[in-house]
Design a protein around this ligand. Structure first.
Ligand code: PMP
Ligand code: GLN
Length: 378
């Protein structure tokens, strides 16, 4: 067939997880937890099914879930969101991103994307006939050069995509970055897609710079979230998108004829679970402890850490170990030492290789210990 994505191969997450399984490696590559999810939340799904919540949810999502999300946004970010017109529950964050892009992109439109970029962004842009305009985050701190952003804007620029906390680097945007963003889009018709799937996985008491704090920017934004990432249940594939009413109306036109609605019992369960503020307020401390535990173990190896202020990823350089490219190094680490990672070059369209590998630390302590015992031999 005439491929719509001729340059796209198999996602690195599938590739590295398959390699990990083949070599019985500890899988610190693809981002998913290996510990059990919350028992209460699980029990609530069971209760919801027994209570008869087994048919289609409304197209926009289960209303009590949208209501509790609006309460949460008001509490955390001080912004009033209308649950009827501004929130749609989606089957995961990836779907929310795809739907937002499909909602606004026309063939030939340009989308500014920062690299390294989460691997779905660029194919999602291209499949819509639009053009990714790539900007490298500055190495090694992965900050945005806003002057370069302004230089790359053209009359065809339709959207800027941001992701904070950032996958794969763990970098986070500051209030100053948001001011730069505001100045950059002022007076233009440029939309923003803000991927905030790691909303609560932010550390060192740094505030999360959600677009939801900034009503003027929300007017032109789609903000996407993932319950799977936050509640240690990536297999649920459930998330949501928040935007201005006019944008959400168009988003729903795409969504209603794609999946229509999402798994009902888990929406009912989350609606109850999220009433407790602790369900999200304790997430940062929980995951920061894992980051610190892993970093401490890794400090005895020859890997060189890079800062991670958020997400559940930690990047390491390995120049004290090898001069190989990161893809070769990651394969060898899996095959010879039994630890799978993700080479960060996979997040660059050009394959740019700064010789960095990404580790996922959302794992049981015992898993992290086994991995690092092996890495000590590298
Ligand atoms: N964006 C980023 C940056 C991610 O890391 C992920 C998680 N893989 C997603 C979106 C998608 O989340 P989900 O699994 O809910 O589709
Ligand atoms: N977000 C996860 C990661 O970055 C994986 C998601 C996926 O496998 N599609 O590892």
């Amino acid at each position: 067939i005439a491929s719509k994505l001729p340059d796209t191969g198999t996602t690195i997450f599938s590739v590295m997880s398959a390699l990990a399984a083949q070599h019985q490696a500890v899988n610190l590559g693809q981002g998913f937890p290996d510990y059990p999810m919350n028992e209460t939340l699980m029990a609530r799904v069971n209760e919801a099914m027994h209570a008869g919540f087994n048919q289609y949810a409304p197209m926009q999502g289960h209303l009590p879930l949208r209501e509790v999300l609006a309460e949460k946004v008001a509490f955390l970010y001080g912004t009033a969101i209308n649950p009827d017109t501004q929130i749609t529950i989606t089957p995961g964050g990836t779907y929310g991103i795809y739907t937002a892009l499909t909602t606004v992109l026309h063939p030939g439109d340009e989308v500014i994307v920062f690299q390294p970029a989460y691997d779905s962004y660029i194919p999602n842009i291209k499949v819509n006939g639009a053009v990714p305009v790539l900007i490298d985050l500055q190495f090694p701190d992965y900050k945005i050069d806003w002057n370069e952003v302004r230089r790359k804007i053209t009359p065809r620029t339709r959207m800027i995509m941001i992701n904070t906390p950032h996958n794969p680097t763990g970098a986070v945007l500051s209030a100053a970055d948001i001011e730069e963003l505001r100045a950059t889009v002022a007076g233009t018709g440029i939309f923003i897609l803000s991927d905030e799937v790691y909303e609560h996985l932010i550390y060192d008491n740094i505030p999360h710079q959600s677009i939801l704090r900034y009503p003027d920017l929300l007017e032109r934004s789609f903000v996407t979230f993932s319950f799977g990432k936050l509640y240690h249940c990536t297999g649920w594939k459930l998330g949501y998108c928040i935007s201005a009413p006019a944008l959400m109306q168009e988003f729903r036109k795409v969504h209603q004829y794609n999946c229509f609605s999402c798994h009902t019992p888990s929406q009912v369960a989350l609606a109850g679970f999220l009433k407790e503020k602790d369900s999200y307020l304790q997430l940062s401390g929980f995951m920061q402890a894992k980051r610190d535990y892993f970093a401490n173990l890794m400090s005895h190896t020859r890997f060189t850490p890079m800062p991670s202020h958020g997400s559940y990823f930690q990047c390491y350089q390995y120049h004290r170990i090898s001069e190989e490219g990161d893809a070769d190094f990651a394969v060898r680490l899996t095959k010879e030492f039994g630890v799978a990672t993700v080479p960060v070059s996979a997040f660059y369209q050009s394959g740019k290789d700064n010789r960095v590998v990404r580790f996922c630390f959302a794992k049981k302590e015992a898993t992290l210990e086994t991995a690092v015992e092996r890495l000590l031999k590298v």
